[in-house]
Design a protein around this ligand. Structure first.
Ligand code: PLP
Length: 380
């Protein structure tokens, strides 16, 4: 059976060209980058060049540095562990991915003050509420670039600017979880953003590879101590193949960013237009990423529909895959957007990637309509 993969916000198929490009680092160039003979130096230099490339992709003004990490989750955790301070507060929001939300909760349990900004119905951060929480004791504000469940795009540059303005008399760090935006939308890092965290497997890289952009003047500290790799900020012998493959995958995405954007715009628009209106409601339309389409099969159970679609070869999600084993009955994030029953029960997320085709989306639309119709008929 042909698989139509519409769960690219969970992960993407690895970019085979990038994998091939990086292959030499698994076999011929397997040397330890810390070794001081020339084979080791060659690998070290390749990683340095890849780091330089990662900076060129996002940081035209050269205000930041970049380290490779083991995933977006590690990157987010490192930022929080660094920025948190006793007798100060940090401001996050209810829409954050568990890799931000749960480290904030953990720090709160350890006695630090954490303030939670609300989400608007659009799925974006409620900016007014967020700013009202920021004061002269705030040491970190964290806002994701694109929400992985609602697809809402936060205007991070504006938010960072306003936070900066409100905290100009003390040092407050601004962190952006860029995992769902990086190498998908045109963006260049602004000076007001101190940390921007990314993950490889959302863009054709491998699972277990991530990275952190951090402002040059920040006295950033390690989370993992050891041999001092990654400029002393992330010890552990480098995942040379994974990091190189991430660099090549990013490079391939960046070379086709506009075409890919247009393709997913077309895919999303087609599905939005041809899903039957009496079966599905489109959620979160305002200022939303074309890579994510969140819908509700109103009155039906999203999970049942998901499995019917799976039988037809269409793979999608009911929410965030990372929290599928969590304790919430409904997605914590979708609930934070004030969505209630019957809509919330029927939520499905379709997400597109660099490999998605319009032809697949046309077939998926037919299957979505027919499965929902069948399920509805069963319930009558
Ligand atoms: N942040 C967001 C917005 C995500 O969607 C994800 C993964 O789903 C992560 C962070 C975590 O990234 P990783 O899987 O590399 O740990």
């Amino acid at each position: 059976m042909q698989i139509i993969y519409l769960d690219n916000a969970a992960t993407t198929i690895p970019d085979s060209k990038a994998t091939e490009q990086a292959m030499e680092f698994i076999q011929d160039k397997f040397y330890n980058p810390s070794a001081i003979y020339r084979q080791g130096i060659f690998v070290h230099t390749a990683l340095d060049n890849a780091r330089e490339g990662m900076l060129q992709f996002l940081d035209a003004n050269r205000t930041h540095n970049f380290i490779f990490t083991s995933c977006g989750t590690e990157s987010n955790n490192q930022v929080f562990q660094f920025a948190v301070k006793s007798n100060k507060n940090i401001v996050v929001n209810l829409g954050e991915h568990p890799s931000v939300y749960n480290i904030a909760k953990h720090l709160e349990q350890k006695g630090y003050e954490v303030r939670y900004a609300k989400l608007a119905r659009s799925g974006a951060v409620d900016l007014e509420h967020l700013l009202s929480l920021v004061d002269d004791k705030t040491t970190l504000v964290s806002v994701m670039h694109i929400n992985n469940e609602t697809g809402a795009i936060n205007n991070i540059d504006r938010i960072a600017h306003l936070v900066r303005d409100k905290t100009k008399n003390h040092r407050c760090y601004v962190h952006v979880d860029g995992v769902q935006a990086f190498a998908k939308i045109t963006y260049n890092l602004s000076e007001n953003i101190d940390f921007y965290t990314v993950s490889a497997h959302k863009i054709g890289g491998l699972k277990g590879v991530g990275g952190t952009y951090y402002k040059k003047n920040i006295p950033f500290t390690p989370f993992i101590y050891g041999g001092g790799q990654e400029m002393g900020l992330r010890s552990g012998t480098e995942n040379v193949f994974g990091n190189m493959q991430f660099f090549y995958a990013t490079s391939n995405r960046m070379a086709n960013l506009k075409q890919c954007w247009q393709n997913v715009v077309d895919c999303k628009s087609y599905i939005q237009e041809y899903l039957e209106k009496e079966l599905f409601k489109i959620l979160y339309v305002q200022n939303n990423s074309p890579y994510i389409l969140t819908i509700s099969a109103v009155g039906l159970r999203g999970e049942v529909l998901l499995h019917m679609l799976e039988e037809e070869g269409v793979l999608c999600s009911t929410g965030s895959a990372c929290s599928s084993n969590a304790k919430y009955k409904y997605s914590r994030i979708i609930q934070a957007t004030s969505l209630k029953n019957p809509e919330i029960e029927g939520v499905l997320r379709l997400s597109f990637g660099y490999k998605t085709t319009l032809a697949e989306c046309k077939q998926a639309t037919e299957k979505l309509n027919s499965c929902a119709k069948k399920l509805k008929a069963k319930l009558l």
